[in-house]
Design a protein around this ligand. Structure first.
Ligand code: 5GP
Length: 192
């Protein structure tokens, strides 16, 4: 079930770029509408209410506000975000994997400190966009490296035509998205 308010917001404020990119920086990716973000969090939390989630995992930076909104709606579960740069404060052991960035066309290493992923953790992965699935798949690898389990993957906007969701579902993951976009052509956004 799509979230109608999100679809309307994308139609009103979103901007399709070329054949594959959606710009939503007035409420999700640059400026943040916090009240709306909390609505998004409640909706995503509802999709996973039957899952015994212990922790929410995302990747910096645009996944963080989404993950915090989901946390608030799930009783303030801890949020961990994978880092894309290796700060010199990260001296303890880390789990890491390489991820190709869709928007920047670069490969970056994402890292999570070992102390924040434990084998008994049941992880909900959250992100703003799902395109080819590289970010989400990278996060599942970090979870598995820790011996923890993935309870599901929740995203705000899925671009179905880039097939990340199909790939992740084929790999056996439960994927939920609040808005599903079928195509972006010459700036024209079509929903599923
Ligand atoms: P994937 O790894 O699934 O190919 O891409 C997902 C990541 O790329 C997300 O974390 C998101 O930040 C970024 N991304 C992918 N497509 C878009 C898009 O159309 N617009 C924006 N703003 N970010 C995107």
């Amino acid at each position: 079930m799509p979230m109608e308010a999100l679809k309307e917001r994308i139609m009103r404020d979103g901007q399709g770029i070329g054949r594959g990119v959606l710009k939503v920086d007035s409420f999700l990716n640059h400026q943040i509408d916090v009240a709306f973000m909390d609505e998004i969090g409640r909706e995503l939390a509802m999709r996973f209410q039957d899952r015994p989630v212990t922790k929410i995992l995302t990747v910096e930076s645009s996944g963080i506000p989404v993950a915090c909104a989901v946390s608030r709606a799930m009783g303030y579960l801890p949020v961990v975000f994978a880092k894309k740069a290796a700060p010199n404060t990260m001296v303890e052991g880390v789990y890491s994997t390489d991820v190709k960035s869709f928007t920047k066309e670069t490969v970056s290493t994402i890292r999570v400190s070992r102390k924040f992923l434990q084998p008994e953790d049941r992880i909900l992965i959250v992100d703003d966009f799902l395109a080819y699935g590289a970010s989400a798949l990278g996060l599942t690898k970090l979870v598995r490296s820790a011996g923890a389990s993935v309870e599901g993957i929740g995203v705000v906007i899925e671009k179905q035509f880039q097939e990340g969701s199909a790939r992740l579902r084929q790999a056996g993951f439960l994927v939920e998205s609040l808005a599903v976009i079928r195509s972006i052509t010459d700036g024209n956004i079509e929903f599923e």
